[in-house]
Design a protein around this ligand. Sequence first.
Ligand code: FAD
Length: 383
Amino acid sequence: MGFELTEEQMDIKKAVREFCEKEFTPELGLELDRKEDYPRELYKKAAKLGFTSIRFPEEYGGQGYGILEECLVTEEMCRADPGIGVAVVSGTFGSDIIMEHGTEEQKKKYIPPLCKGEFISALACTEPAHGSDITRMDTTAVKSGDEWLINGLKTFITNASVANFFQVLCQTDPKVTPSYRGESLIVVDGDTYGVDVTQLKDKMGIRPAVTGEVSFSDVKVPEDNLIGELNRGFYQVMGFFDLSRIPIAAQAVGMAQGAFERSFNYAKEREQFGSPIIQFQAIQFKLAEMATKIEAARLLTYKAAWLADQGKIDPMITSMAKAFASRTAMEVTDEAIQIYGGYGYMGDYHIERFHRCAKITEIYEGTTEIQKLTIMRYLLKRM
Ligand SMILES: Cc1cc2nc3c(=O)[nH]c(=O)nc-3n(C[C@H](O)[C@H](O)[C@H](O)COP(=O)(O)OP(=O)(O)OC[C@H]3O[C@@H](n4cnc5c(N)ncnc54)[C@H](O)[C@@H]3O)c2cc1C
């Protein structure tokens, strides 16, 4: 991988930046953070410009680019506003699974409306008793004639209250050992009888990216709603995470970059003891360290993306990128608040929001501890 983006990649970055500067105003960011509302109109606008379908094939209405381009879009959106950014890029969350493993009928039904911004998707794995460890699911899907009968409860599901469909990880064989060999993914439309959604309010951050609980009570769906092969759901989800963790690292890089730029500009303007605070070496050192960490996190993220785009996906590098970029986002956004002093603690100054939002990147799609386990697993194999 060269150290420079191609002209086309720079154009994508520029187009997203222009869009966000116009649409993701700080005032809107604060308003949606307080209301915890999904920015549906913005999601549609971003979809019209192709930003939300960057990686879907052109024949299904997408743009046909790779993970690196998805990272560029994600980074710019989260740089502009961490909450709106995550909400907009998560509108199509999890649907790569249908794209990769679904039947032609499933792809035709779900992917083109997603690319147009008419549909929002969700991936439902987590349950109250199964978070990091999804090797057994309490949600069951039992074959009854030519239908699946689904019962169970999923929690912390991104887009739950706005999703048109859920890809649900179910236990289809409760007896097999190990139990993950008995898990399957089944697609369930949001308006199916027996599906009940409750929005989980008062999250720490990424509040416009709505989260909810989804319960399935005797939900019946046709047998054709199985995604891919029976009892391969766990493997499909793990394969998805190997890729999807890279744009999460990009979320973290974008949030760090946004907070860094704001605090840099603030330090130039804010005067104390007769000079702009950026003249104080203590502040300069903070800014220099913040910029260095962001650059390192970005390079690791781009490397993970580039490897995946070359068909040489490396889960160790991906986990390194996610763990390092998310820690960087926490550290940089913390220092950004420090540079703002007391103003940084106030919502109206739009910097504490970055810190609150950054935390999720250390938790979802595998916590940092889980990333470190993956890194070690590969190190032990390779060294
Ligand atoms: C805002 C938000 C959105 C989300 N969106 C989705 C979604 O769309 N779909 C979905 O399915 N899920 C989603 N999740 C769930 C998320 O993936 C889980 O919260 C996450 O995987 C951790 O699971 P847990 O919360 O149950 O924590 P636990 O698994 O209970 O972990 C608690 C602590 O123990 C640590 N730990 C666990 N196992 C080990 C181990 N083996 N070694 C060392 N430490 C360990 C963890 O790292 C953590 O620090 C979302 C969560 C949030 C908060």
